[in-house]
Design a protein around this ligand. Sequence first.
Ligand SMILES: Nc1ncnc2c1ncn2[C@@H]1O[C@H](COP(=O)(O)OP(=O)(O)OP(=O)(O)O)[C@@H](O)[C@H]1O
Ligand SMILES: [Mg+2]
Length: 215
Amino acid sequence: MLLEIQNIHKTYPRGRPVLNDVSLSLERGQTLAITGESGSGKSTLLNLAGALDSFDSGEIVLDGTALSRLDDRGRALLRREDVSLVFQQFNLIPSLTVAQNLSFHARLANRVDPEWLAHLTATLGLADLTQRYPEHLSGGQQQRVAIGRALAVRPKLLLADEPTGNLDETASAAVLDLMLSLVADTGAALLLVTHSPVIAARLDRTAHLANGRIA
Ligand SMILES: Nc1ncnc2c1ncn2[C@@H]1O[C@H](COP(=O)(O)OP(=O)(O)OP(=O)(O)O)[C@@H](O)[C@H]1O
Ligand SMILES: [Mg+2]
């Protein structure tokens, strides 16, 4: 198993429980869609799987490593090398161009592959925008840069939070094709939050979050 989420409980300070005994697992080469209403905890779950936040109880095991046992340095290393997150809010670096944003994480991980970057840039329709800064991009263009940046690392685990939320049907299909080809080529696993039944139907499985639990 590449990712095992075991009986996770998570409550934010002063909040109600968001995740209440959530378990799921993902093998290499598998894809899973997470659905659920706004506020049901989808982004929270992705952040936990990506070692960005801590949980109250339970365990998350990523490629044999128990996340609760990692210190800050261990978490940072994992985020740099093994997991890529496409954030719902993109989180591009404003002072870097599209090209620099695209290669940023790959550089940190020492995994720059110019051919792969060129392929991502072309497939995501960003070839004419490489020298622009994020503030001069549309929402959908920013989203495509965020996706390219995550894929550039060729992570073991790709976590994508509504990655097609700002894209039209054609761009959505292209983005999903790209993610699925990464999975097929490298054996990565994909956990993808979506509200689209069309997207969910193209993944291996769907898990629905409601009332803090997987239904
Ligand atoms: N940092 C935080 N501090 C306190 N509460 C938070 C924090 N982040 C999220 N929450 C709360 O936790 C719950 C789950 O939020 P989360 O962002 O995981 O939902 P979501 O399913 O991703 O929603 P959406 O579809 O709108 O993106 C919400 O009630 C939210 O208000
Ligand atoms: Mg969310």
